[in-house]
Ligand binder design. Structure first.
Ligand code: SF4
Length: 192
């Protein structure tokens, strides 16, 4: 499967989750402008395939915005490396998402049955199970890739050597072993 085909398949997986989770989300308290998850969670994990799509979007921004977002991603990475919660680099000042249409699955799966208010989101157990299965599907789709925090995966994709190898369908976890171990990077193909 080419990367373009994988990107289309990714959208189908997102849509399938939306269809299956619709009943659960009906009772969600979430509303535009509430960015609790984007600010306080700090654990936006993505696959390399999702990272590729996000990186392409960042590169399509006008130069000043691109520079600002890249700086935010680098700051986000440093905070995460220190074990601190870091606000998502894609959250805008009006508390909406700059990449909403292509936001990763980590964000799509979240909702809460009550206002988070310092406690974090409350979700149905069945929705958690469904999300776990969806993550497995995403990892199978991206079987030559990796998963991890958004800033770490984008950092990997910024390295041309890694990106070229990955885009050519190469799979060699030893290539990222040092970074992977220190940054809790998951090898997507490991559990397949
Ligand atoms: S990508 Fe968008 S929805 Fe997801 S955490 Fe960042 S700002 Fe929030």
């Amino acid at each position: 499967m080419t990367f373009e085909e994988k990107k289309e398949r990714l959208k189908e997986i997102y849509k399938a989750f939306d269809r299956e989770a619709v009943e659960f989300k009906k009772s969600a308290m979430c509303k535009p402008g509430c960015a609790y998850c984007c600010i306080h969670f700090g654990s936006v994990d993505i696959t390399t395939l999702e990272g590729l799509i996000i990186r392409d979007r960042v590169n399509s921004f006008a130069k000043p915005l691109k520079k600002r977002i890249k700086k935010k991603i680098a700051q986000n990475k440093k905070l995460r490396e220190k074990g601190k919660v870091a606000q998502c680099p894609f959250l805008k000042e009006d508390k909406t998402c700059r990449i909403y249409d292509i936001r990763p699955f980590s964000c799509r799966q979240l909702y809460s049955l009550r206002e988070c208010d310092g406690r974090g989101p409350t979700v149905h157990r069945q929705a958690v199970n469904l999300a776990e299965k969806t993550v497995q599907r995403l990892q199978r789709l991206d079987s030559t890739g990796y998963s991890g925090h958004i800033s770490f995966i984008i950092h990997l994709l910024e390295k041309q050597e890694f990106r070229d190898f990955y885009l050519a369908g190469g799979f060699n976890p030893a290539q990222i072993m040092g970074f992977g171990k220190t940054h809790d990077i998951i090898i997507n193909g490991k559990g397949i």
